[in-house]
Design a protein around this ligand. Structure first.
Ligand code: NAD
Ligand code: FES
Length: 288
Protein backbone atom coordinates (compact mmCIF):
# COMPACT_ATOMS: atom_id res chain seq x y z
CA UNK A 1 0.00 0.00 0.00
CA UNK A 2 1.52 3.40 -0.96
CA UNK A 3 1.93 6.12 1.67
CA UNK A 4 -0.37 9.14 1.63
CA UNK A 5 0.75 11.73 -0.98
CA UNK A 6 3.30 9.35 -2.48
CA UNK A 7 4.25 9.86 -6.13
CA UNK A 8 3.00 6.79 -8.00
CA UNK A 9 4.03 7.73 -11.54
CA UNK A 10 6.07 10.46 -13.19
CA UNK A 11 6.51 11.22 -16.88
CA UNK A 12 7.88 14.20 -18.80
CA UNK A 13 5.22 14.57 -21.54
CA UNK A 14 6.78 17.63 -23.23
CA UNK A 15 9.87 19.74 -22.52
CA UNK A 16 9.55 20.81 -18.84
CA UNK A 17 5.93 19.57 -18.63
CA UNK A 18 5.31 16.61 -16.32
CA UNK A 19 2.42 14.36 -15.41
CA UNK A 20 2.32 12.71 -11.99
CA UNK A 21 -0.13 10.42 -10.23
CA UNK A 22 -0.27 11.13 -6.49
CA UNK A 23 -1.73 8.73 -3.92
CA UNK A 24 -4.58 10.66 -2.23
CA UNK A 25 -7.62 8.32 -2.01
CA UNK A 26 -10.05 10.72 -0.29
CA UNK A 27 -9.45 13.43 -2.91
CA UNK A 28 -9.63 10.87 -5.73
CA UNK A 29 -13.11 9.86 -4.48
CA UNK A 30 -14.54 13.32 -3.94
CA UNK A 31 -13.12 15.57 -6.63
CA UNK A 32 -15.26 16.97 -9.44
CA UNK A 33 -14.44 18.72 -12.72
CA UNK A 34 -12.85 22.14 -12.28
CA UNK A 35 -11.45 21.54 -8.78
CA UNK A 36 -7.83 21.79 -7.74
CA UNK A 37 -5.38 20.91 -4.98
CA UNK A 38 -2.81 23.01 -3.12
CA UNK A 39 0.41 21.20 -2.39
CA UNK A 40 3.71 21.73 -0.68
CA UNK A 41 6.79 19.82 -1.74
CA UNK A 42 8.46 20.23 1.66
CA UNK A 43 7.24 21.55 4.99
CA UNK A 44 8.62 25.09 4.78
CA UNK A 45 7.90 25.28 1.05
CA UNK A 46 5.57 27.48 -0.94
CA UNK A 47 1.97 26.38 -1.53
CA UNK A 48 1.02 26.00 -5.19
CA UNK A 49 -2.40 25.30 -6.71
CA UNK A 50 -2.67 22.67 -9.44
CA UNK A 51 -5.81 21.58 -11.26
CA UNK A 52 -6.92 17.97 -10.77
CA UNK A 53 -6.71 16.65 -14.32
CA UNK A 54 -8.23 13.25 -13.55
CA UNK A 55 -8.49 10.70 -10.75
CA UNK A 56 -8.73 6.96 -10.31
CA UNK A 57 -10.88 6.29 -7.23
CA UNK A 58 -10.02 2.56 -7.26
CA UNK A 59 -6.29 3.16 -7.27
CA UNK A 60 -6.76 6.20 -5.00
CA UNK A 61 -4.70 8.40 -7.32
CA UNK A 62 -5.00 11.98 -8.51
CA UNK A 63 -3.46 13.05 -11.82
CA UNK A 64 -1.58 16.36 -12.04
CA UNK A 65 0.08 17.97 -15.05
CA UNK A 66 2.43 20.89 -14.43
CA UNK A 67 5.07 22.97 -16.15
CA UNK A 68 8.37 23.87 -14.52
CA UNK A 69 7.96 27.62 -14.02
CA UNK A 70 9.99 28.32 -10.87
CA UNK A 71 11.56 26.83 -7.75
CA UNK A 72 8.59 24.83 -6.46
CA UNK A 73 7.63 23.26 -9.77
CA UNK A 74 11.34 22.53 -10.42
CA UNK A 75 11.59 20.78 -7.03
CA UNK A 76 8.43 18.81 -7.78
CA UNK A 77 9.82 17.73 -11.15
CA UNK A 78 13.02 16.59 -9.41
CA UNK A 79 11.10 14.25 -7.09
CA UNK A 80 10.94 10.59 -7.98
CA UNK A 81 8.33 7.82 -7.85
CA UNK A 82 8.09 6.53 -4.25
CA UNK A 83 8.82 9.94 -2.65
CA UNK A 84 6.08 11.80 -0.73
CA UNK A 85 4.83 15.37 -0.89
CA UNK A 86 4.72 17.24 2.44
CA UNK A 87 1.03 17.97 2.02
CA UNK A 88 -1.72 17.88 -0.54
CA UNK A 89 -5.01 19.63 0.24
CA UNK A 90 -8.22 19.29 -1.73
CA UNK A 91 -10.44 19.08 -3.56
CA UNK A 92 -10.61 22.91 -3.49
CA UNK A 93 -12.67 25.40 -5.50
CA UNK A 94 -16.22 25.19 -6.74
CA UNK A 95 -16.88 22.38 -9.19
CA UNK A 96 -17.68 23.68 -12.67
CA UNK A 97 -21.34 24.30 -13.43
CA UNK A 98 -22.03 21.81 -16.22
CA UNK A 99 -25.09 21.71 -18.46
CA UNK A 100 -26.02 20.88 -22.01
CA UNK A 101 -25.52 24.20 -23.80
CA UNK A 102 -25.67 22.67 -27.30
CA UNK A 103 -22.38 23.29 -29.08
CA UNK A 104 -19.51 23.98 -26.70
CA UNK A 105 -16.05 25.02 -27.85
CA UNK A 106 -13.14 24.33 -25.52
CA UNK A 107 -10.21 26.65 -26.25
CA UNK A 108 -7.09 25.36 -24.52
CA UNK A 109 -3.70 27.05 -24.58
CA UNK A 110 -0.38 25.42 -23.72
CA UNK A 111 -0.21 23.76 -20.34
CA UNK A 112 -3.74 25.08 -19.65
CA UNK A 113 -4.92 22.16 -21.80
CA UNK A 114 -4.47 19.90 -18.77
CA UNK A 115 -6.81 22.09 -16.72
CA UNK A 116 -9.32 22.31 -19.59
CA UNK A 117 -9.52 18.53 -20.05
CA UNK A 118 -11.69 17.54 -17.04
CA UNK A 119 -14.16 20.37 -17.75
CA UNK A 120 -14.30 19.55 -21.46
CA UNK A 121 -14.94 15.90 -20.62
CA UNK A 122 -17.77 16.84 -18.24
CA UNK A 123 -19.29 19.06 -20.97
CA UNK A 124 -19.16 16.15 -23.40
CA UNK A 125 -20.69 13.77 -20.83
CA UNK A 126 -23.54 16.26 -20.31
CA UNK A 127 -24.46 15.88 -23.99
CA UNK A 128 -22.78 18.91 -25.57
CA UNK A 129 -21.46 18.74 -29.12
CA UNK A 130 -17.83 19.39 -28.19
CA UNK A 131 -15.34 21.17 -30.44
CA UNK A 132 -11.84 21.57 -29.02
CA UNK A 133 -9.15 23.98 -30.14
CA UNK A 134 -5.81 23.10 -28.55
CA UNK A 135 -2.83 25.35 -29.16
CA UNK A 136 0.81 25.72 -28.17
CA UNK A 137 3.83 27.76 -29.15
CA UNK A 138 5.32 24.85 -31.09
CA UNK A 139 4.60 21.18 -31.92
CA UNK A 140 6.62 19.73 -29.00
CA UNK A 141 4.55 21.73 -26.50
CA UNK A 142 1.16 20.44 -27.68
CA UNK A 143 -0.05 18.24 -24.83
CA UNK A 144 -2.93 15.83 -24.17
CA UNK A 145 -4.01 15.91 -27.82
CA UNK A 146 -4.99 12.22 -27.76
CA UNK A 147 -7.08 12.66 -24.61
CA UNK A 148 -8.74 15.80 -26.01
CA UNK A 149 -9.35 14.04 -29.34
CA UNK A 150 -11.00 11.09 -27.59
CA UNK A 151 -13.66 13.27 -25.90
CA UNK A 152 -14.21 15.80 -28.70
CA UNK A 153 -16.52 15.60 -31.71
CA UNK A 154 -13.97 17.75 -33.51
CA UNK A 155 -10.39 18.64 -32.58
CA UNK A 156 -8.37 21.49 -34.08
CA UNK A 157 -4.68 21.89 -33.26
CA UNK A 158 -2.75 25.14 -33.61
CA UNK A 159 0.85 26.24 -33.19
CA UNK A 160 2.13 29.81 -33.02
CA UNK A 161 5.09 28.92 -35.27
CA UNK A 162 3.13 26.75 -37.72
CA UNK A 163 5.14 23.62 -36.90
CA UNK A 164 1.90 21.60 -36.61
CA UNK A 165 -1.77 22.11 -37.46
CA UNK A 166 -3.19 25.60 -38.01
CA UNK A 167 -0.53 28.36 -38.06
CA UNK A 168 -1.56 30.97 -35.49
CA UNK A 169 -3.06 31.51 -32.05
CA UNK A 170 -6.05 29.55 -30.75
CA UNK A 171 -8.03 32.78 -31.08
CA UNK A 172 -7.21 32.99 -34.81
CA UNK A 173 -8.64 29.48 -35.22
CA UNK A 174 -11.73 30.36 -33.19
CA UNK A 175 -12.27 33.53 -35.24
CA UNK A 176 -12.08 31.49 -38.45
CA UNK A 177 -14.64 29.06 -37.03
CA UNK A 178 -17.04 31.89 -36.16
CA UNK A 179 -16.53 34.23 -39.15
CA UNK A 180 -15.71 31.92 -42.08
CA UNK A 181 -17.12 28.53 -41.16
CA UNK A 182 -20.19 30.10 -39.52
CA UNK A 183 -20.26 27.43 -36.81
CA UNK A 184 -23.09 28.05 -34.39
CA UNK A 185 -21.50 28.17 -30.91
CA UNK A 186 -23.52 28.21 -27.68
CA UNK A 187 -20.66 28.50 -25.21
CA UNK A 188 -16.89 28.78 -25.08
CA UNK A 189 -14.65 27.49 -22.32
CA UNK A 190 -11.18 29.08 -22.35
CA UNK A 191 -8.27 27.83 -20.24
CA UNK A 192 -4.67 28.95 -20.66
CA UNK A 193 -2.50 31.99 -20.00
CA UNK A 194 -4.45 35.05 -18.85
CA UNK A 195 -3.59 36.97 -22.02
CA UNK A 196 -5.13 34.16 -24.09
CA UNK A 197 -8.30 34.03 -21.99
CA UNK A 198 -8.61 37.81 -22.31
CA UNK A 199 -8.24 37.55 -26.10
CA UNK A 200 -10.89 34.79 -26.27
CA UNK A 201 -13.31 36.85 -24.17
CA UNK A 202 -12.74 39.93 -26.36
CA UNK A 203 -13.36 37.84 -29.48
CA UNK A 204 -16.64 36.30 -28.30
CA UNK A 205 -18.03 39.46 -26.65
CA UNK A 206 -19.47 41.10 -29.81
CA UNK A 207 -21.15 37.82 -30.76
CA UNK A 208 -22.72 37.45 -27.30
CA UNK A 209 -21.32 33.93 -26.93
CA UNK A 210 -21.27 32.82 -23.29
CA UNK A 211 -17.60 32.50 -22.30
CA UNK A 212 -16.32 30.76 -19.20
CA UNK A 213 -12.67 31.15 -18.17
CA UNK A 214 -10.67 29.26 -15.54
CA UNK A 215 -8.47 31.72 -13.67
CA UNK A 216 -5.05 31.05 -12.21
CA UNK A 217 -4.15 33.86 -9.78
CA UNK A 218 -1.53 33.40 -7.07
CA UNK A 219 -3.05 31.44 -4.17
CA UNK A 220 -1.86 30.82 -0.62
CA UNK A 221 -4.42 29.11 1.63
CA UNK A 222 -7.00 28.18 -1.00
CA UNK A 223 -9.87 28.55 1.46
CA UNK A 224 -10.93 32.20 1.09
CA UNK A 225 -8.95 33.46 4.12
CA UNK A 226 -5.87 35.29 2.79
CA UNK A 227 -7.29 37.34 -0.09
CA UNK A 228 -4.30 36.59 -2.33
CA UNK A 229 -6.41 35.22 -5.18
CA UNK A 230 -8.81 38.14 -5.36
CA UNK A 231 -10.11 39.04 -8.80
CA UNK A 232 -12.48 41.73 -10.04
CA UNK A 233 -15.49 40.25 -11.80
CA UNK A 234 -17.90 42.95 -12.99
CA UNK A 235 -18.35 45.27 -10.01
CA UNK A 236 -17.65 42.53 -7.48
CA UNK A 237 -14.46 41.29 -5.83
CA UNK A 238 -14.27 37.50 -5.88
CA UNK A 239 -11.84 35.00 -4.43
CA UNK A 240 -10.88 32.56 -7.17
CA UNK A 241 -10.13 29.75 -4.69
CA UNK A 242 -13.67 29.57 -3.30
CA UNK A 243 -15.88 31.54 -5.71
CA UNK A 244 -14.09 30.11 -8.77
CA UNK A 245 -11.77 29.26 -10.37
CA UNK A 246 -14.30 29.67 -13.23
CA UNK A 247 -15.94 32.98 -14.02
CA UNK A 248 -17.79 34.76 -16.81
CA UNK A 249 -14.93 35.82 -19.11
CA UNK A 250 -16.80 38.93 -20.24
CA UNK A 251 -16.79 40.30 -16.68
CA UNK A 252 -13.24 39.49 -15.54
CA UNK A 253 -10.72 42.32 -15.18
CA UNK A 254 -7.82 40.52 -16.89
CA UNK A 255 -5.43 43.49 -16.72
CA UNK A 256 -5.65 43.53 -12.93
CA UNK A 257 -5.30 39.73 -12.83
CA UNK A 258 -2.11 39.87 -14.92
CA UNK A 259 -0.70 42.66 -12.75
CA UNK A 260 -1.34 40.63 -9.60
CA UNK A 261 0.18 37.50 -11.20
CA UNK A 262 3.44 39.46 -11.63
CA UNK A 263 3.61 40.68 -8.01
CA UNK A 264 6.40 38.34 -6.92
CA UNK A 265 8.17 37.83 -10.25
CA UNK A 266 11.52 39.12 -8.95
CA UNK A 267 11.45 36.98 -5.77
CA UNK A 268 10.36 33.97 -7.84
CA UNK A 269 13.20 34.49 -10.32
CA UNK A 270 15.80 34.75 -7.52
CA UNK A 271 14.50 31.67 -5.70
CA UNK A 272 14.57 29.65 -8.93
CA UNK A 273 18.10 30.77 -9.81
CA UNK A 274 19.34 29.91 -6.31
CA UNK A 275 17.70 26.51 -6.49
CA UNK A 276 19.34 25.79 -9.86
CA UNK A 277 22.72 26.99 -8.53
CA UNK A 278 22.40 24.75 -5.42
CA UNK A 279 21.40 21.83 -7.59
CA UNK A 280 24.36 22.34 -9.91
CA UNK A 281 26.67 22.56 -6.88
CA UNK A 282 25.31 19.28 -5.50
CA UNK A 283 25.68 17.56 -8.90
CA UNK A 284 29.28 18.83 -9.08
CA UNK A 285 30.03 17.45 -5.58
CA UNK A 286 28.58 14.09 -6.67
CA UNK A 287 30.91 13.97 -9.68
CA UNK A 288 34.07 14.60 -7.68
P1 NAD B 1 1.80 29.97 -24.03
O1 NAD B 1 2.27 31.32 -23.70
O2 NAD B 1 2.68 29.05 -24.76
O3 NAD B 1 0.40 30.12 -24.82
C1 NAD B 1 -0.40 29.01 -25.14
C2 NAD B 1 -1.28 29.38 -26.30
O4 NAD B 1 -2.14 30.45 -25.93
C3 NAD B 1 -0.55 29.87 -27.53
O5 NAD B 1 -0.08 28.80 -28.30
C4 NAD B 1 -1.61 30.68 -28.23
O6 NAD B 1 -2.45 29.89 -29.04
C5 NAD B 1 -2.41 31.23 -27.07
N1 NAD B 1 -2.02 32.61 -26.83
C6 NAD B 1 -0.92 33.05 -26.18
N2 NAD B 1 -0.87 34.40 -26.19
C7 NAD B 1 -1.97 34.81 -26.86
C8 NAD B 1 -2.50 36.08 -27.20
N3 NAD B 1 -1.89 37.22 -26.87
N4 NAD B 1 -3.66 36.13 -27.90
C9 NAD B 1 -4.30 34.99 -28.24
N5 NAD B 1 -3.86 33.76 -27.94
C10 NAD B 1 -2.71 33.67 -27.25
O7 NAD B 1 1.30 29.23 -22.74
P2 NAD B 1 2.11 28.25 -21.79
O8 NAD B 1 3.48 28.78 -21.57
O9 NAD B 1 1.93 26.85 -22.15
O10 NAD B 1 1.21 28.45 -20.50
C11 NAD B 1 1.69 28.94 -19.39
C12 NAD B 1 0.62 29.79 -18.76
O11 NAD B 1 -0.62 29.08 -18.61
C13 NAD B 1 1.04 30.24 -17.40
O12 NAD B 1 0.79 31.61 -17.30
C14 NAD B 1 0.15 29.43 -16.49
O13 NAD B 1 -0.07 30.10 -15.29
C15 NAD B 1 -1.09 29.30 -17.33
N6 NAD B 1 -1.96 28.20 -16.89
C16 NAD B 1 -3.27 28.49 -16.70
C17 NAD B 1 -4.12 27.52 -16.20
C18 NAD B 1 -5.51 27.89 -15.93
O14 NAD B 1 -6.17 27.19 -15.21
N7 NAD B 1 -5.99 28.98 -16.50
C19 NAD B 1 -3.66 26.24 -15.95
C20 NAD B 1 -2.32 25.95 -16.20
C21 NAD B 1 -1.49 26.95 -16.66
FE1 FES C 1 -6.32 32.81 -0.07
FE2 FES C 1 -7.94 32.45 -2.12
S1 FES C 1 -5.93 31.71 -1.89
S2 FES C 1 -8.27 33.67 -0.36
Amino acid sequence: MPELFEILTKEEIAPKIYRMDIYAPAIAQKRRAGQFVILRVYERGERIPLTIVDSDPEQGSVLLVFQVMGKTTAMLSDMEVGERLADFVGPLGSPTHIENYGTAVCVAGGVGTAAAYPIARALKEAGNHLISIVGARTKDLLIMTQEMGAISDRLELTTDDGSYGFHGFVTDRLKKMIDEEKVHIDMVLAVGPAIMMKAVAELTRPYGIKTIVSLNPIMVDGTGMCGMCRVRVGDEIKFACVDGPEFDGHLVDFDELMKRQRMFVEQERKAYEEYLKDKQGKCGEGER
